[in-house]
Design a protein around this ligand. Structure first.
Ligand SMILES: [Zn+2]
Length: 154
């Protein structure tokens, strides 16, 4: 049959397949040079650390064990859809204003949106329609928070 071979330990990247981590960048100064360092933050708690190749993904995998989360679980479920019942529990969606706000800031940084987007009437309406209590910030606060992202963890 045309089914792909069972994936077992195919790569260490299973940890990134689920929604267990969000990625963001921190600008650090190394030897006087500004370097963009990729960080990953756990979506289940406040755990975060840089993604460096040195340490690989095992630390991130091990961390998920504290939440009883199996990395790449959702992918695995899809692969096994036609197989026998899978007892895996899906990771439930959890609204976290901090995570959402961080993603909003990442969008501003990566796509170079103007800070004032946070005050654009129809954009605010759009956000409120998704989550009425989303703590939308003024452009002044957005600017301040984004500057803080660039210096945090130094
Ligand atoms: Zn965590």
């Amino acid at each position: 049959e045309g089914r792909p071979a069972k994936r077992q330990k195919k790569s260490t990247s299973d940890v990134w397949k689920g929604k267990d981590y969000i990625m963001y960048y921190v600008v650090e100064e190394i030897d006087g040079k500004k370097v963009r360092v990729e960080w990953a933050k756990c979506t289940h708690c406040d755990y975060k650390r840089p993604r460096d190749n040195k340490n690989g993904t095992s630390v991130f995998k091990n961390h998920l064990k504290t939440h009883n989360v199996v990395p790449g679980q959702q992918q695995l479920k899809l692969d096994k859809k036609l197989g026998e019942t899978v007892a895996a529990t899906p990771t439930p969606y959890k609204y976290d204003p901090d995570v959402s706000l961080r993603l909003f800031y990442m969008a501003i940084i990566m796509h170079e949106y103007p800070f004032v987007i946070s005050e654009h009437e129809y954009f605010v309406e759009f956000i409120k329609s998704l989550h009425p209590t989303f703590p939308m910030k003024s452009r002044i606060t957005v600017r301040k928070d984004i500057m803080a992202i660039f210096v945090e963890e130094k």
